[in-house]
Design a protein around this ligand. Sequence first.
Ligand code: IFM
Length: 462
Amino acid sequence: MCALQSQNLLTKQLATLFPQDFIWGTATAAYQVEGAIHEDGRGPSIWDTFSATPGKTFQGDTGEIADDHYHRVADDVALMSRLGLDAYRFSISWSRIYPQGQGEMNEQGLAFYERLVDTLLEHNIKPFVTLYHWDLPQALEDKGGWTNRETAYAFADYAETVARRLGDRVAGWITLNEPWCAAYLGYGNGVHAPGVKDRQSAIQAAHHLLLAHGLAVPRVRAASKPGTQVGITLNFQPLYPADDRAETLRDLAIADEFSNRWFADPLFLGRYPEHYFEHMALHAPTVQEHDMEIISTPIDLLGVNCYSRSVIRGLPEVPLADATAHVVPVPSACYTEMAWEVYPNAIRDLLLRLHNDYHPQQLYVTENGAAFKDEWDGGDAVHDPRRVAFYQGYIAASAEALQAGVPLKGYFAWSLMDNFEWAEGYSKRFGMIYVDYQSQRRILKDSALWYAELLAAFHSQA
Ligand code: IFM
């Protein structure tokens, strides 16, 4: 049993460490929570196809019903309001808006998100919208998906359509969520949709995802009210050396290119890490003239998803492309159900590093949270002390980054409620709110009550 313990820092004291304009929220994603996959004209996405393929997800779980958020959106927003959230980060299902990915637009899809945005605003909750959280329309995958350059242009058209409709009310746009996962897990090792196992395809898919982002930024900005923030969310895995041997430092640097710099360098520096493709034993992607300028179009915010860290020990004779295989366990550490080490200082170190290396105008933690085994006895409570301790530790570490000068503007917990955890199906619970999938009953876990207490303390300082 993990010895993760609540911190001594009082919730009230923690609240004082954040400036008055700091934004507190929670996050979800369309395919993970909505369900209603056949309703109101929605077209199929790659996750419908993938999860319906035997052997791809835990026990064949799919997002067909998920949290039934599509039908329960009013109640779910009421729960957000009860927690005192300033903001809610959700994603839009592209195939609800364009069932074929492009061409004919589905008005009912836009109407659903418009209702969600308006309900949030009625509760004084700012909408932060992710335009792509991995659920590519299947019709586009049938033409090559992200390995096809045309997908990037289709994305920019879709993004503009959504921005034209909601841009007068949305507080922040995130073009893509974790393109590293969409490219590498989707096309490289195939553990996510569309399940392609070809590392070279992942390199090209990554380039087109970056291009899609860069093409969309000016169009989304132009269609939104002045001052709306537009950016992207990346996943990062802070890496630490297990020792100071030369091969450890070499392998750590290469693993860092793969885990952290592959997307951040082109976005902020306009180039891929210098020997990255060589180190991966792969070819560089096909890059057209001006692509790198488009990709590095200035953005207003960088969304940071951080959950854990890895400790790397170099091996003398291992091919460099396998650098991430050198991760070593930390015997004294606590691990979540995802086998991710709980290491709060990772988020502080990461935020400082991103600030120093890339100077984004504003940073938001757009995801941070933990999966633990939660037990519900049918009553009104779910006790999750390890998740409470997790949040206390990571939020306190985020405050340290802020105090060291990082322009951190907000924090979104992952997740508002338990949901479909991709290939892991419903076996992993990340929510602050417990969902009983049989009855769709929602029960606030202790972590939700703790977060509400933090936010109440924060807001009472005003
Ligand atoms: O559930 C996912 C989310 O969709 C993307 N970031 C990581 C989360 C936990 O694995």
